[in-house]
Design a protein around this ligand. Structure first.
Ligand code: PEP
Ligand code: MG
Length: 578
């Protein structure tokens, strides 16, 4: 028996058999030249790999016809068609014989070239193909390199998923019914993999560094997503501890659910609005059970990252309508796509940029692809007739970005009008404050925003220079760092001066350990994973605003995150708060 400890990323406990997901990354692609005489046999090697990949796909297709939805089946059919594309194969063979390069390199290079072109295409249908080309070309590469690939969609038995790293798109793809917990070497508490695990109610311990080397496939493991502890081959004592923890966890959850209809009101009578963050439309249907007073952040990009048909206007419209209908009169804030950063279309796109977190993501991506952006905006406008929708732009770093986004929104409105499509006249347009530059010019941005929502996951990442998915530096991502608190204060004050609401939708908003600080800084609205709402509400109902204001004032003057953490802990302990 052995216990390793990582970052608690999604609450709950689970015991099960480990499913070790081998790293699916393509290793260094070998590149070498051949003598002309060998070109013929290299072409035969390529053909054999393509045939084997096709056979593999046909076997998956047969199985998926029995077990999966039509959407999945269509993907595999499309992949087989790509492998049968005679023109493409001819081009690959020609490059081998003309350039005398090895097959792996030619496949990799042509796939990258093709994906680059498709990503830049204004036509969303072409862009949707990127993920397919990625998948198919990797399948051929794995055959050439003799690597056995598995898909998380193929998991058929209950298991604990153990991986080095998982992309959010892989988490979207996995067979969620069978994965009882996620354990990863990499990742932090605010990484998108963690956010998805919480959305799907799957316990997760991330950032364990050595999980994939210490755990073997088939090992029994116990995962505590509340503490980040993972026990390999637990003995009877640990097993019974976990069984008890499960009972306590369920009891606490039931107690929380009973708080649903109580207001988030301080002892001195100030009410706060608590909303839910969602990643998939289904989550909206259960958000109200936790007492959510609306959706403060709908991460719409997961529509694009999910397997199946990527987001055409109608697909998006249906998803938005579903969320709006589920929420009735409560407001629903749809954040326009935040593709890029760690939310890449499988791992190929990541390799196209040296520094994806500082690269082509979020509003930058949308402004560069106005047709795609306006497709989304039209879908939101049309859905506005089904509820109380608000639009929010991610990763705004300067005034012009906000102006351009608003201009494209006006164009989308005009396009809807021309088609006779109706939409609400009163849609609030908000700005996410998640880049330090935006916080610094919050006074300017507030003049052109109907509300602010602070994305602390990115604001902390960028202001403290800490990659939110990197477990090695995760210890530095401290929400109460004085620099972070000063950015928050500046943003909230700027919002209030212009008479707009200051909301927060980063993970900090759902951490009951810092609720008092946020209240003290003057935050109006908190949006978080729905499951966190009861705990935050419980704390708010015990606090006094003036008291919190004094606390915030003290922390703003603090010298460091550790000093501030100590001050905060003492403050909480004195009031017997958890
Ligand atoms: C944030 O950055 O805090 C945020 C809410 O957006 P995301 O986590 O999707 O980047
Ligand atoms: Mg963000």
């Amino acid at each position: 028996m052995k216990t390793i400890t990582g970052i608690p990323a999604s609450p709950g406990v689970a015991i099960g058999s480990a499913f070790l997901y081998v790293d699916n990354d393509v290793p260094e692609i070998p590149r070498y030249n051949m003598i002309r005489e060998l070109a013929g046999s290299e072409i035969l090697r390529l053909r054999a790999a393509i045939n084997e990949a096709e056979e593999e796909l046909r076997a998956i297709l047969d199985r998926s016809k029995k077990e999966m939805s039509g959407e999945h089946t269509a993907i595999f059919e499309a992949h087989i068609m790509m492998l049968e594309d005679a023109d493409f194969i001819r081009q690959l063979e020609k490059r081998i014989s003309d350039e005398l390069q090895n097959a792996e390199w030619v496949v990799w290079d042509m796939a990258r070239e093709l994906m680059g072109k498709m990503m830049a295409s204004p036509d969303p249908v072409f862009r949707d193909r990127v993920v397919d080309i990625n998948d198919v070309s990797k399948r051929v590469l794995y055959r050439l390199l003799s690597i056995k690939k598995i898909s998380l969609a193929d998991i058929k038995n209950d298991c604990i998923l153990v991986a080095h790293d998982l992309l959010p798109s892989e988490v979207m793809m996995m067979n969620r019914g069978c994965v009882k917990a996620i354990v990863m070497d990499m990742g932090g508490g605010t990484s998108h993999t963690a956010i998805l695990a919480r959305a799907f109610n799957i316990p997760a311990a991330l950032g364990l560094s050595t999980a994939t080397t210490e755990i073997a496939g088939g090992d029994t493991i116990a995962v505590d997503g509340n503490s980040g502890e993972v026990t390999i081959n637990p003995d009877k004592t640990v097993l019974s501890k976990y069984q008890k923890a499960t009972v306590i966890y369920l009891k606490k959850r039931n107690e929380f659910l009973r708080m649903r209809d109580l207001p988030a009101e301080t002892v001195d009578g100030r009410r706060f609005t608590l909303k839910a963050n969602i990643e998939i439309p289904e989550e909206a249907e259960s958000a109200a059970d936790y007492g959510a007073q609306g959706i403060g952040l709908y991460r719409s990009e997961f529509l694009f990252l999910a397997p199946g048909k990527a987001a055409e206007e109608e697909v998006q419209f249906e998803a938005y309508r579903r969320v709006l209908t589920a929420m009735g009169d409560f407001p629903v804030t749809i954040r326009t796509v935040d593709i890029g950063g760690d939310k890449v279309l499988a791992d190929f796109q990541a390799t196209l940029e040296k520094n994806p977190l500082l690269g082509w993501r979020a509003i930058r991506f949308s402004l560069a692809l106005p047709d795609l952006f306006k497709t989304q905006l039209r879908a939101i406008l049309r859905a506005s007739m089904y509820g109380n929708v608000r639009i929010m732009f991610p990763l705004i770093s300067g005034f012009e970005e906000l102006e351009q986004a608003r201009l494209l929104l006006d164009e989308a409105r005009e396009e809807c009008r021309k088609k006779g499509q109706v939409f609400s006249d009163h849609i609030a347009v908000g700005t996410m404050i998640e880049v330090p530059s935006a916080a610094m010019i919050a006074d300017i941005l507030a003049g052109r925003s109907d509300f602010f929502s602070i994305g602390t996951n990115d604001l902390i990442q960028y202001s403290l220079a800490v990659d939110r998915g990197n477990e090695r530096v995760n210890y530095l991502a401290q929400p109460v760092h004085p620099a972070v608190l000063r950015f928050l204060k500046k943003t909230i004050d700027a919002a209030h001066e212009k008479g707009i609401v200051a909301a927060m939708c980063g993970e900090m908003a759902g951490d009951p350990g810092v609720t008092a600080v946020l209240m003290g800084l003057g935050l109006d609205e908190f949006s978080m994973a729905a499951q966190s709402i009861p705990a935050v509400k419980k704390i708010i109902r015990k606090l006094n605003r003036e008291d919190c204001g004094l606390l915030a004032g003290e922390l703003l003057k603090g010298r460091s995150a550790s000093e501030n953490n100590e001050t905060l802990q003492k403050w909480m302990a004195k009031r017997r708060l958890p």
